[in-house]
Structures are given as structure tokens and as C-alpha cells.
Write a protein of this length. Structure first.
Length: 404
């Protein structure tokens, strides 16, 4: 019989391994990526300086981002506006025998009920700049269409020498009501907010890169009109019955008139006001997704509601578990740089500790899934990793726990 107790659960030599908590920080800059392989700084992979072993937790410690972003961007599909004429000024109906006005009426009437689409420049606008941009773009669009019509119709080629530009559209900003007003000095129009063009697949093609395409539906920022204060309903113009209908009484120097009828006989102002206030601030948060040899995301995220078979037949959520690693507030507007940290911040916890982290995949996006466009500007952030390092000192008999 053996003199050793083989049923003893305790080892002959007790394990004296102890672990000490170490916090390690790693700073990452977007310009350090392989720009040829990852031209978009919102989505890239990067090799870390070393192997980080026995990772107990990881969190975003601090960050610095540029505010030189474009709220209005072709990748977001919010730089397009669709409108059409509904009631065009006819000089003959008003007893006005003018060859140029007859040619303009013929040109516009040939496209009655047709949609005109304008594209504003990418960037960030204040309300006054937006009003000027829309005024000039709408008039320029009609000017171009009329010139094409005159050139293509021999009976109206005479109008080319008489015509300079169309300038009846006026867009003004009511700074008290914080709303945009659209007007025309002679003709009726409608802002086509329900046009099929605003569907996502209408303005995302291979030609303009799918990098910014939304992956989730949006009922709030579905196109430029939503930023201008419009709903999905068409906004038809009204005829100004009295001058007070198109007057901002708080304005000085002009008696409040932001538009006046054309000098053409019988011309009347047609106007439409956005029902809601403007919103040019853009998304309020940026989401960071982090991936390595394991998923490092730790924040659950809801998704915009979508009326489909799933939501109508079940009572389950359409949110995502572990959708992102960090949620970063955008506290400022262009042009500036913001620095911040968050304490305490969400963290990813591993039990048992993660064996190793060496490479990271970073994605910066908005809530709707579209990538952030940093327009070539660098950003940086610092991660805090909590590591458990084994200690073999016989004088230590208490494991040190990490406090996050």
C-alpha cells in the first residue's frame, strides 16, 4: 500500500502565483495607418507597438477630434433639393406683349410638373449662407434650363441675346422663428419633399462611392429638406394676397419685406415656409467600434424603428448587443478641435483575461451607420488597458485585484 494519500485534492506544492495589476496606455493616430490600404480614416486596421498580454479590461481613455467635418455631404445624401413649377407667370394672360417673357414662359411651361434638382456645395453652413446658396442655386438651375431650351428651339433662339439670368427665386431666413422661407416673384412652385429621389438608392451609386451609405433607415435626417425644416410632405407655395403675407416685421430698413413681386404686370409673390426650425448642427454623437482577435465592443445600441414584418409581428427589440466600444459627444461646430475624456467610461471586461491583443480594427461611424468624414484631418485617441502580470515572489500571498 502506498504511503501517499492519492485522494488528496491539495497539490504537494501549493501554487504561489500572484498577479499584479498594471495599467498600460497606447496612443493611436489616424495618420499612422496604411493610407494606401485604408484611404478612409474612419475605417482602418493598425498594428500595436507590442503584444498586450493577460488583458483584464480595455476602455477609451481620452481623445482629440477635428470639427472640420461637413454636415452637408454627398456621402450623407443631404445636399440635394427637388422642386417644380406649378403656376407659371404667363405674360399673355396679363396683357403683356414682351418677346423675352413669352420665351421664358414657353421654356418653363414645357417642363411644367417636371422636377428640378439642385446640389449645394459640401460643407458647413450658417442659416444666412444656406439661404443665399439656395437662392443662387435655384435661379442658376432655371437659368441653365432656359438657355438649353432657347438653343434647342429655333423659334425661341432670339431670346438668347435678350436673356441674362433668371432671378425670381428668393430664399430668406427668419432669424426670430428660425425658419427658412422660399419665395418666387411671379410663379407658383412646390418643394417636392416626397420625391422618389430622396430614397437612399437614388443618390448612392458606384460613381460617388458607397463609403458613406447609411446602413439604417432614418426618419429624421432623410435628405436636405429635413435639415431645412421640412417634413416628408410636399410644400406647395401660396399666393401672397397682401404684402403682409411675406413680411418679417422685425426687420429694419426694408419695412420687413424679404421679397417683392416682379415688375412684370400682374405678377404676384408666391411663398412657402418650412414648418419646422432649421437644424444645421449635424449628428451629436460619434460611435467607435473596436475589433481585434475578439470583439471589443461593450455598448448595446438601439436602432431606428422601421415598419416591417419583423416589428409588426413580434415584440422583440431590433437593437444590437455590443454594437460599439465608445460613444463620443460632438460638443462644437466647425472650425475647431475638441479634446475630451470620460471618467468613468464604458469598458470591456474579460474573465478570464484575454490572452493577447496586438492588432486593432477601428471604425468611426454615426448612429445611422454612415462613416464619419474627417475630410483628411487627423484625429487621435488613447486606450487604457488593464493587464494582469504574474508575480512569483514567495513573500506575497494575496492577489491584487484591479479596480476599474
Amino acid at each position: 500500500m502506498s504511503k501517499y494519500n492519492l485522494n488528496n485534492n491539495h497539490p504537494l506544492i501549493p501554487n504561489q502565483n500572484n498577479y499584479i495589476c498594471e495599467r498600460k496606455y497606447v496612443s493611436i493616430h489616424s495618420i499612422d495607418r496604411d493610407s494606401l490600404k485604408y484611404p478612409n480614416s474612419s475605417l482602418f486596421e493598425i498594428e500595436l507597438p507590442q503584444d498586450y498580454l493577460n488583458v483584464q479590461s480595455i476602455r477609451l481613455y481620452s481623445w482629440s477630434f477635428p470639427s472640420n467635418y461637413s454636415v452637408f455631404n454627398r456621402f450623407l445624401g443631404n445636399i440635394y433639393l427637388v422642386f417644380q413649377f406649378t403656376d407659371i407667370y404667363n405674360p399673355t394672360d396679363n396683357g403683356y406683349n414682351d418677346p423675352l417673357q413669352k420665351a421664358i414662359y414657353a421654356g418653363l411651361n414645357s417642363h411644367i410638373k417636371d422636377n428640378y434638382i439642385i446640389t449645394i456645395e459640401d460643407g458647413f453652413y450658417n442659416p444666412t449662407q444656406m439661404a443665399i446658396e439656395l437662392t443662387n442655386k435655384m435661379n442658376a438651375k432655371i437659368t441653365d434650363e432656359l438657355i438649353i431650351f432657347f438653343n434647342n428651339n429655333i423659334e425661341y433662339k432670339y431670346a438668347i441675346a435678350l436673356f441674362s439670368e433668371y432671378n425670381d427665386f428668393v430664399v430668406a431666413y427668419n432669424s426670430v422663428g428660425q425658419k427658412l422661407w422660399f419665395g418666387n416673384k411671379s410663379s407658383g412652385f412646390v418643394i417636392q419633399n416626397d420625391a422618389p429621389f430622396y430614397r437612399q438608392d437614388a443618390y448612392f451609386t458606384q460613381a460617388n462611392c458607397l463609403v458613406g451609405q447609411k446602413s439604417l433607415p432614418s426618419f429624421s435626417n432623410w435628405g436636405l429638406p429635413s435639415y431645412l425644416g421640412f417634413t416628408r410632405c410636399p410644400a406647395a407655395s401660396f399666393v401672397g394676397l397682401t404684402p403682409n403675407d411675406y413680411r418679417f416685421f422685425y426687420l429694419e430698413g426694408t419695412n420687413g419685406y424679404w421679397i417683392k413681386p416682379s415688375n412684370l404686370p400682374g405678377a404676384k409673390v408666391h411663398y412657402a415656409s418650412a414648418p419646422l426650425k432649421i437644424n444645421f448642427m449635424g449628428p451629436a454623437y460619434i460611435y467607435m467600434e473596436l475589433d481585434s482577435n475578439v470583439d471589443l465592443n461593450c455598448i448595446d445600441e438601439t436602432e431606428p424603428f422601421e415598419l416591417d414584418k419583423f416589428t409588426s409581428t413580434t415584440n422583440q427589440t431590433n437593437g444590437i448587443v455590443n454594437a460599439s466600444f465608445a460613444k463620443i459627444a460632438v460638443p462644437t461646430t466647425p472650425i475647431s478641435q475638441w479634446f475630451d475624456n470620460q471618467d468613468p467610461s464604458p469598458y470591456k471586461w474579460f474573465d478570464p483575461p484575454l490572452e493577447r491583443i496586438r492588432r486593432l480594427k477601428i471604425k468611426m461611424r454615426y448612429h445611422d451607420g454612415s462613416l464619419v468624414d474627417f475630410a483628411g484631418f487627423d484625429y487621435s485617441f488613447m486606450l487604457e488597458l488593464t493587464l494582469l502580470n504574474p508575480q512569483f515572489s514567495r513573500n506575497m500571498n494575496v492577489n491584487k485585484l484591479c479596480n476599474i
